[in-house]
Design a protein around this ligand. Structure first.
Ligand SMILES: [Zn+2]
Length: 359
């Protein structure tokens, strides 16, 4: 006796593939009304229909028989550092993709212990809104040396989160993170963004994971952004190196060491009172004029998170799994498992640069 089909899993699979109900119906040669009733749980899904959905959507049949709690759009454990134009329907699709990736993680991790104590809950109000202090506490608890964070993805994974690189296409999304009970936090970073921007996005998401466990913050996005600046550019050390009479070239010279964008450094210096507003605006005008807002010199190579790959290697080495067996366990087709989990094919490089805005 096989498990019954879980209607929401058809919706999840369809949204992950960015299809409407009528597009899916056309693929399985059925009416849109039938798909709609399947998704609503009004009509039982036959064995033959499960096979059709599996082929049309590229998931193994077992995927559709799995009870999996989605996070989905609108839930406040979902955070996305997104630029203005992200449309609701695009977010629905991207959230579904991230839910699928979290499902892979959940299925691969259930017999692996990950210690998530590296993410203490620090409510902003409990610290009188002092985000600088919270970031300093997190740095201290992670044992970070003063100054730049060389490899943030490694530090974050050592603290017990999973960092995944994800292709969000041309959608203006920098990162989506979520943290559900019984799981480590999962952060999906947009692989199309430059490495320095991915680091800032990751630091931003860490800010949410630490500060926004409970709803109620006045301005969570601003707090997360301030946290990111403080985590990557701790005030004392950063100001010590930031040039007194800052020119873009002088700030650029700091970029290879701090591994953050010139834009982020200029913003941080302004927020810390080092750059008066007129000088700050002037530097931004210069950056626009030289096209740096879209494409800054001295690009920072993206960091390479490795925790999920290590988990897979553990299963292969110690538990005797094959790749097809692991794909089945993750409820992914073997090709998707190789693409998303093992990332055997290099992830697409940007088709065109993302439009960068003031961090
Ligand atoms: Zn955010």
């Amino acid at each position: 006796m096989t498990d019954p089909v879980v209607p929401q899993m058809i919706t999840l699979a369809r949204e992950a593939r960015d299809l409407t109900q009528s597009e899916l119906a056309a693929r399985i040669d059925a009416s849109q009304s039938k798909v709609s009733k399947h998704e609503a749980g009004l009509v039982a899904v036959s064995e033959a229909d499960v096979e059709k959905y599996a082929v049309a959507l590229g998931f193994p049949p077992a995927f559709f028989r799995t009870n999996y709690v989605r996070v989905g759009a609108g839930n406040d454990v979902f955070h996305h550092r997104k630029r203005q134009a992200a449309l609701v329907s695009r977010l629905r699709h991207r959230h579904a993709e991230v839910d699928v990736r979290r499902l892979h993680v959940q299925r691969l991790l259930y017999d692996v212990e990950i210690d998530v104590r590296g993410f203490p809950a620090m409510d902003v109000d409990a610290f009188d809104g002092d985000v600088e202090f919270i970031a300093a506490q997190v740095r201290a608890s992670w044992g970070l040396a003063p100054g730049p964070v060389h490899n943030l993805a490694k530090v974050v994974e050592d603290a017990g989160a999973l960092v995944l690189q994800h292709d969000f296409g041309v959608d203006p999304i920098d990162a989506i993170s979520n943290w559900v009970p019984g799981m480590p936090p999962v952060v999906c970073l947009n692989v199309r963004a430059p490495g320095d921007r991915q680091r800032l996005s990751l630091a931003h998401e860490v800010g949410h994971l630490v500060m926004h466990r409970q709803p109620g913050s006045a301005d969570p996005e601003a707090e997360a952004q301030a946290f990111a600046g403080a985590l990557l550019m701790p005030a004392a050390e950063f100001l010590n190196e930031f040039p007194a009479d800052a020119t873009l070239q002088r700030v650029l010279a700091l970029k290879p060491r701090w591994r953050v964008s010139v834009q982020a450094m200029v913003v941080r210096a302004h927020q810390l009172g080092r750059l008066p507003k007129s000088r700050y605006q002037d530097l931004f005008r210069q950056m626009s004029g030289m096209g740096w807002r879209k494409d800054e010199p001295l690009p920072v190579a993206p960091e390479q998170p490795s925790l999920l790959k290590e988990v897979v290697a553990l299963h292969i080495r110690q538990h005797g799994y094959s790749i097809p067996e692991l794909a089945a366990r993750a409820l992914a087709s073997e090709q998707e498992f190789r693409d998303l989990v093992l990332q055997e094919r290099p992830i697409v490089r940007p088709l065109r640069p993302l439009r960068l805005e003031r961090p």
